[in-house]
Design a protein around this ligand. Sequence first.
Ligand code: ZN
Length: 113
Amino acid sequence: MSIIDFIRDRARFYNCPVCGRSLKGCEVQVLSHEDERFHLQVTCAQCQVTFVVVLAIQGGAVEEVESAVEALAPPVAAVEPISVDEILDLHLFLKGFQGTLTELIHQPDHSRG
Ligand SMILES: [Zn+2]
């Protein structure tokens, strides 16, 4: 199972941050990845909204991904619909960010717009 297949499979457990429905069947693309950090573009199959998710993977194995994903709080806080400008901002933010996705989504001023 590839990382994309894995993420797509897990996505059904999560809800779209915009329409609130399951992300089952969503499109997942890897925008980039460096070492253990994946920048993913997810498109909701229901409302077609696109948002970016960053996964920080410990150890680089799919099994490790699974535990990392399952350990997360509801991912809605990390997956906000964002504009192109905001994506650029996000990339800049992430470039300077040192930590895991769990830490990222706990950034208090990053969870709401
Ligand atoms: Zn949606």
